[in-house]
Design a binder for this molecule. Structure first.
Ligand SMILES: CC(C)(COP(=O)(O)OP(=O)(O)OC[C@H]1O[C@@H](n2cnc3c(N)ncnc32)[C@H](O)[C@@H]1OP(=O)(O)O)[C@@H](O)C(=O)NCCC(=O)NCCS
Length: 180
């Protein structure tokens, strides 16, 4: 089994959209009372025009993971993104990390996060941060194992529902050791 990570470009927009939608539905569909709102959210988030613009944006880095040559996961980094819960003006955001359900637990998320940490090390912000739904125990465990800690709460409304998230941060100086 071989895992390869590349920096994605505009040609990967469709596969990133597919992975994002499938992985999100598998993990979070049960939280939505109204399926229409879920579908609308996903269509809007992964709208091809919007995604193409996001892939071209110089502030964003998309990484795409392949397992045995098949696309299986991606991560999106926002190089300059400040979170009010973190007391620093130098922060990078890991905005998305999604692995297809059938490929979870095979080390793809870890491989993506190792690459994300390398990029953070190069940019050397004080913090790398992310948000994750409070019920997402698997991801929370994965992040804690990788040195992130909970630093606050965040609320985001989709349609008629408001969801609660943990803000988790990793001091990049500490990440250096575990990424290399
Ligand atoms: C979270 C996610 C990115 C992790 O990717 P993955 O490819 O499944 O993770 P890996 O196979 O690299 O395993 C990650 C590590 O976390 C560990 N882990 C998993 N669940 C855990 C838990 N509940 N507590 C502690 N560690 C846990 C695994 O044991 C593994 O450690 P190991 O390498 O020492 O065995 C992936 O499961 C995913 O895409 N989930 C659905 C979408 C999602 O929740 N995205 C994050 C939104 S914030």
């Amino acid at each position: 089994m071989s895992i390869k990570i590349i920096t994605a470009d505009i040609s990967h927009a469709a596969i990133i959209g597919t992975i994002g939608k499938k992985s999100f539905r598998k993990s979070f569909e049960h939280l939505f009372k109204n399926k229409e709102e879920l579908l609308e959210y996903l269509e809007n988030t992964y709208c091809p025009v919007k995604l193409a613009k996001s892939l071209r944006h110089e502030d964003n880095i998309y990484l795409l993971a392949f397992i045995d040559g098949e696309p299986a996961g991606f991560a999106k980094i926002k190089k300059y993104s400040l979170n009010e819960h973190i007391d620093s003006v130098s922060q990078m955001e890991l905005q998305k990390i999604y692995v297809l359900g059938e490929h979870q637990g095979k080390g793809i998320g870890s491989a993506l996060l190792t690459e994300v940490k390398k990029i953070a090390k190069e940019g050397s912000p004080d913090y790398l941060w992310l948000d994750t739904h409070i019920s997402n125990d698997k991801a929370i465990g994965f992040y804690e194992k990788n040195g992130f800690r909970k630093m606050g709460k965040y609320y985001f409304t989709i349609g008629s529902q408001t969801f609660e998230y943990h803000i988790m941060g990793l001091p990049v100086a500490l990440a250096v050791g575990s990424a290399c």
